[in-house]
Write a protein that binds this ligand. Structure first.
Ligand SMILES: NC(=O)c1ccc[n+]([C@@H]2O[C@H](COP(=O)([O-])OP(=O)(O)OC[C@H]3O[C@@H](n4cnc5c(N)ncnc54)[C@H](O)[C@@H]3O)[C@@H](O)[C@H]2O)c1
Length: 339
């Protein structure tokens, strides 16, 4: 039985708790949260993109407020690191150095240097560090990748991705809205699509971004064109300036020579492949969601099973770099080459 710890029992910590509990062969043995009232506060509703778990069985686990104490006492095989982004690099490094495998939420860290530190520490420790780029595991996105890679419908001509929601205001001290601690909307939300673009098409040679600013000059809505050596047109739009009643939406269209792949939860069916001739088809996809599938993948990897490298540390780092280039492009209003 894998002994798992969760660091940070906010919105994502509760999602990870739910899925670790659902996974056979694993148990949540410890939770660490700096909030000493976490047990009572867990009843608070958090998150705006789904239901976080509020039924935590605290009696069956050890509760810590001190991360290092959890690492030294917990006899853990792995942790889910679901802490605010500004803690990802230091806390991942501490856990790896203590011999614990780490599933760290996206974005990997606030900047490329911190990501490099994490890569180095993972190599030094010989432990698994996986970054929570759950969209790579999200069933319809994973299927779209499989279809594009198969070449069955020819080359991609154009692709567009969208991810829009209201501002994330659920965290206790509003760290999401502090660019220095979260990286802002682009690094927190839009990176999901930046990373998926990289997964589908490789690293772009340059980006061209336009962004709207909110309070204090923070970027709250962005549109990016990712430039490749061929002439396919790839764009992604992300924003958290939507009104609360809008909720959250993610969607994509991939236009190929002989088919169009569409994913849009406001349509029925939400996922379809429209071939050059005949009716649209809805391919079979995995039944579980991407959050569960990434945890299952990580669990296999730490138990030494050979798994397909769906996320890599280098690509997770590069997604942070590409987002930094997008910010620079939006600020300078010019194309920025990716180093
Ligand atoms: N993959 C996804 O779909 C997705 C969705 C939302 C958030 N995220 C990412 O997950 C991470 C966490 O986001 P969240 O929404 O859960 O945030 P949150 O604010 O809801 O939760 C963070 C928790 O960490 C605790 N904490 C803060 N400092 C701590 C410390 N030093 N030691 C122990 N606990 C500490 C806080 O008390 C809080 O309970 C972020 O990096 C975010 O970008 C990913």
């Amino acid at each position: 039985m894998l002994r798992v710890g969760i660091a940070g029992l906010g919105f994502m910590g509760r999602i990870h708790y739910k899925y670790w509990k659902a996974l056979e062969g694993a148990d949540v043995a410890a939770i660490c949260d700096a909030n000493p009232n976490i047990e009572e506060d867990v009843k608070r509703t958090v998150g705006n993109i789904g239901d976080a778990e509020d039924a935590i069985d605290f009696a069956s686990l050890q509760l810590y407020t001190d991360f290092e104490k959890m690492l030294s006492d917990g006899k853990l095989d792995a942790i889910s690191l679901t802490l605010p982004t500004y803690l990802h690099a230091d806390y991942s490094a501490k856990a790896l150095a203590a011999g614990v495998n780490v599933l760290c939420e996206k974005p990997m860290a606030l900047n490329a240097q911190d990501c490099e530190r994490m890569v180095d520490e993972a190599k030094r420790s010989g432990k698994v560090l996986q970054i929570g780029h759950c969209v790579r595991f999200w069933p319809e996105y994973a299927k779209a990748k499989e279809i594009v890679d198969s070449g069955e419908y020819g080359k991609v001509i154009a692709a567009t991705f969208q991810r829009l929601g209201a501002p994330p205001t659920w965290s206790i001290d509003n760290w999401f809205l502090d660019e220095k601690r979260s990286g802002g909307m682009t690094l927190d939300l839009h990176i999901h699509d930046t990373d998926f673009v990289q997964y589908l098409f490789g690293r772009p040679s340059a980006v061209c971004s336009f962004a709207a600013k909110g309070a204090g000059g923070a970027l709250v809505h962005i549109v990016t064109q990712y430039l490749y050596d061929d002439d396919k047109v790839v764009t992604a739009e992300g924003g958290w300036a939507m009104m609360p009643a809008f909720g959250f939406e993610m969607s994509f269209n991939i236009v190929m020579e002989k088919a169009t792949i569409v994913y849009d939860l406001t349509r029925e069916p939400a996922f379809k492949v429209c071939p050059a001739e005949g009716e649209a088809i809805t391919p079979e996809v995995e039944k579980e969601d991407g959050w569960f599938l990434q945890i299952a993948h990580f669990a296999k990897a730490i138990q030494g099973e050979k798994v397909k490298p769906i996320t890599t540390l280098e690509e997770s780092r590069d997604s942070v770099k590409i987002v930094a280039a997008e910010k620079e492009s939006a600020r300078k209003k010019e194309k920025v080459w990716i180093a």
